[in-house]
Design a protein around this ligand. Structure first.
Ligand code: NAP
Length: 309
């Protein structure tokens, strides 16, 4: 019987593992099917993790985290958890290759992945001009023109954020109405250097070996094609939360979830199910920053130690 099963090996899962083991739990396993580190390891340059020193890649930032955790006894199981069930006071975890584990408590820290829009060049130039994180990458386009794709809260909020550092932001949306909050829409409409490019389909992001050179869009009404000269293209077309392990046989979830499929937690990262916690991007209202995910993991672990007595 595990004291704690951590699902996901990103900043939230690793930090929970560190705090749980260092805080005295003996049998803590982190289930991560790939290399620990999480989605941040895909970012080329990080400069906003407090105390990190020089700019570094996500891979470099996360490199020392697993070893630090292992030093205190965190075990890493290279497995994908496909299902978590509540059995009495405990939990049963089933891996995708049908191995079973039992745990007294579970922390789900599987995160979420930004959705791809599916236009030509998006994958080819991802990380070389195409980005899904304005906080991480906006700085590289200071004084330059960028495009933001999407019409939801994320796209409009990030367009506004980018407008403060970029020369111009093209807000590219497939319809002419947004699904963002009215106040956010008002911000965008009142910002001089945001140009709304609506009712268009993105045809292609084009570039060369140096990176992205621009974006080609086609008007849905007239068919007119326009090229936007943007070295930076930010895609905010929604996120997919990785909540599948919480799905039960009858199609419901093990704990309360938001409409967007995020886990509802309280300030201690507790779900409505005793012993089940969530941390990082998978939880409601996540700021989607490494430092916040790590803080969630620590918060959860501190409460889990108390919960297990
Ligand atoms: P979202 O609300 O799902 O919006 C995604 C946007 O991308 C939509 O405008 C959609 O167009 C567009 N889109 C989807 N697929 C596309 C494609 N293949 N090509 C081009 N455009 C595409 O996603 P989100 O903005 O990430 O927000 C997710 C949730 O978090 C929402 O509930 C949002 O309210 C919430 N959120 C809240 C805040 C806040 O409260 N401050 C901040 C961020 C996010 P259509 O409109 O035509 O469908």
């Amino acid at each position: 019987m595990l004291d704690l099963a951590i699902i996901g090996g990103g900043p939230a899962g690793l930090t929970a593992g560190l705090y749980a083991t260092r805080g005295g739990l003996n049998n803590v396993v982190m289930f991560e099917m790939g290399m620990p580190g999480g989605q941040i390891t895909g970012s080329s340059e990080i400069e906003n993790y407090p105390g990190q020193g020089p700019v570094m890649s996500g891979m470099d930032l996360m490199a020392s985290w697993p070893e630090q955790c292992q030093k205190f006894g965190l075990k890493h199981e290279m497995a994908e958890i496909s299902k978590v069930e509540k059995i009495g006071d405990n939990f049963k975890l089933v891996t995708s290759d049908n191995k079973e584990f039992e745990a007294r408590s579970v922390l789900i820290a599987t995160g979420s992945v930004p959705r791809r829009a599916g236009f030509k060049g998006e994958n080819e130039f991802f990380g070389r001009g195409v980005s899904t994180c304005a906080t991480c990458d906006g700085f590289f386009y200071r004084g330059k023109e960028v495009a933001v794709i999407g019409g939801g809260d994320s796209a409009l909020e990030e367009a506004y954020y980018l407008s403060k550092m970029c020369k111009k932001v093209y807000l590219v949306h497939r319809r002419d109405t947004y699904r963002a909050a009215p106040s956010t829409i008002a911000h965008v409409k009142n910002t001089e250097n945001i140009e709304e490019v609506t009712n268009v389909s993105v045809e292609e992001v084009f570039g060369d070996a140096s990176g992205v050179l621009g974006l080609r869009v086609k008007c849905n009404k007239t068919g007119e094609v326009r090229e936007l000269p943007t070295p930076g293209v930010f895609v905010f077309v929604g996120r997919n939360v990785l909540n599948a392990p919480l799905k039960q046989a009858d199609g419901t979830f093990l704990c309360n979830m938001s409409e967007n499929g995020e886990v509802i937690v309280d300030l201690k990262m507790r779900t409505n199910v005793k012993g089940l916690y969530a941390a990082g991007d998978i939880r409601i209202d996540a700021a989607k920053q490494v430092v916040c995910a790590a803080a969630d993991g620590a918060t959860a672990a501190v409460d889990i130690i108390e919960y297990l007595g």
